[in-house]
Design a protein around this ligand. Structure first.
Ligand SMILES: *Cc1c(COP(=O)(O)O)cnc(C)c1O
Length: 452
């Protein structure tokens, strides 16, 4: 097949299969099944649909559950694929919890979109569970178990571990930087056992990611131990994240006759891009603001300087410690040129001092507690309101504050009760094997008999 350059051409007819192309333009077009199975395109680019479909808000059932909204929303993305017939079952299996839009006492006409009611108390449960439900249904020629490698700064590893736990013929190996995730995150990561193993790496998140990339690119290793990945660039994680934005925005639009604006805590841009794509589909999403921590690659780009990826710095919102957002190529693809992109999205940076101050202030004034990532978005809303903005905003809450108790509790001055699922996970015993920050060490570990 000849390589296809992605374009933002005319939306395809609803029932015509969408082909998936690489953002780099040097990979053959793929079906959605193939794109989900592969994760990254063979040219190193990210899979994007050849064009985003247009959807009519009126076709969505006002009484639909989140899972049913997801199944309606994703139909055109799966049209013509063997997974299309399974889509309602995949959505029902993955989206077993709600993502409520709760009114905020601090500000009129504003709400919090709570994405932390899944099994590991962070929004990553949505994408991880959908990806697992897809991979479990995709036929594989190889009878040996497939090993999913995940490098994590905390939340992804737990969500992927929970989503694949006990699934036959699939196993997960989680790599996390030892000492650099919250104590509760570390416990979660090591609490699974069975087909989900955690490795605590004597290094940083970037080392974990480098080790995973080296393993995935090692043909000899792959021949012995079939490997795949579950990182945030997988379409199997990105597409289902559109569901909660569509569900919330459609509900708001029916009740208020107006689009809802969103402030999205942002690291690798997976969550925020899902929100922007929902707007591109023609659903009632208004303005989208990216809330970043002190890692200011995106805010600087949107303020007009050249895109300059860099090393990440450590912050209180550790899941957003990203200096080179992996979905930036997809963000670029979504808009015709830089000027259009800059006009369509805005971004701001919130440092640790402002995160601390926001957490303390809302706890004392309104008895509200957020996680440090959510606090970056709340700080953006506080600033907008101080500047006289009266539009309806939804602050996106990406994790439950109890996951970051060691940061949050001293600032809010009282214990934060953990959700039942988190309590159950913390009550299990946990263990993680130590590993040096060296790709060879990971290869040895994966090759050991009984681990393949
Ligand atoms: C992963 C994560 C983020 C960042 O999401 P991206 O999709 O990488 O932008 C924000 N908050 C929490 C709690 C997370 O786990």
């Amino acid at each position: 097949m000849t390589p296809q350059s992605p374009t933002r051409g005319q939306p395809p007819a609803m029932d015509a299969p969408i082909r998936y192309l690489s953002t780099r333009g040097h990979a053959p077009a793929a079906s959605i099944s193939a794109a989900i199975a592969a994760g990254l395109a063979p040219d190193g680019g990210l899979y994007v649909p050849e064009a985003l479909p247009r959807l009519d808000p009126a076709t969505f059932d006002p009484h639909a559950s989140l899972a049913a909204t997801a199944a309606t929303l994703l139909v055109p993305f799966f049209a013509g694929d063997p997974l299309a017939a399974e889509l309602p079952a995949i959505c029902a299996e993955a989206l077993t919890f709600d993502t409520p839009l709760r009114a905020l006492p601090a500000h009129p006409h504003s709400a919090m979109l709570e994405l932390f009611h899944g099994p590991t108390s962070a929004f990553k449960d949505v994408g991880a569970r959908f990806l697992a439900a897809c991979l479990a249904r995709l036929p594989r020629a190889d009878a040996r178990p497939l090993t999913i490698l995940v490098a994590t700064s905390g939340d992804t590893g737990a969500a992927v571990g929970a989503a694949f736990f006990h699934r036959p013929n699939l196993r997960v190996v989680i790599l996390y930087p030892d000492g650099l995730v919250s104590p509760r995150q570390a416990h979660q990561l090591g609490s699974f056992g069975d087909n989900v193993q955690a490795l605590r790496v004597a290094g940083r998140f970037d080392d974990c990611q480098r080790m995973v990339k080296a393993a995935l690119g090692d043909a000899a290793l792959q021949a012995e131990v079939p490997l795949s990945s579950a990182n945030s660039i997988s379409l199997g994680r990105l597409l289902p994240q559109m569901s909660y934005y569509a569900h919330a925005a459609l509900g708001w639009w029916r009740a208020h006759g107006a689009p809802l604006n969103f402030i999205v805590p942002t690291g690798n841009l997976g969550n925020a891009l899902a929100c922007l794509w929902v707007r591109q589909l023609g659903l009632p999403v208004g303005e989208v603001r990216l809330a970043c921590n002190a890692n200011a690659t995106l805010p600087e780009f949107f303020a007009g300087t050249d895109y300059r990826p860099r090393e990440a710095v450590a912050t209180l919102a550790n899941a957003m410690d990203v200096g080179a957002p992996s979905n930036f190529e997809r963000l670029r693809w979504t808009f015709a040129d830089t000027a259009t992109l800059r006009a369509a999205v805005s971004a701001s940076s919130t440092d640790d001092a402002a995160i601390r101050q926001t957490l303390a202030r809302h706890a004392h004034a309104h008895d509200e507690v957020f996680c440090p990532h959510t606090a970056t978005a709340m700080h953006v809303l506080d600033t907008l309101r101080e500047g006289g903005d009266t539009r309806p905003w939804a602050v996106v809450a990406t994790a439950h504050p109890a996951k970051f108790d060691s940061i949050v509790e001293p600032l809010v001055g009282h214990p934060v009760p953990a959700p039942a699922a988190l309590v159950a996970m913390l009550e299990r015993s946990a263990s993680a094997a130590p590993l040096t920050a060296d790709p060879i060490a990971l290869q040895h570990w994966l090759r050991q008999p009984g681990r393949g």
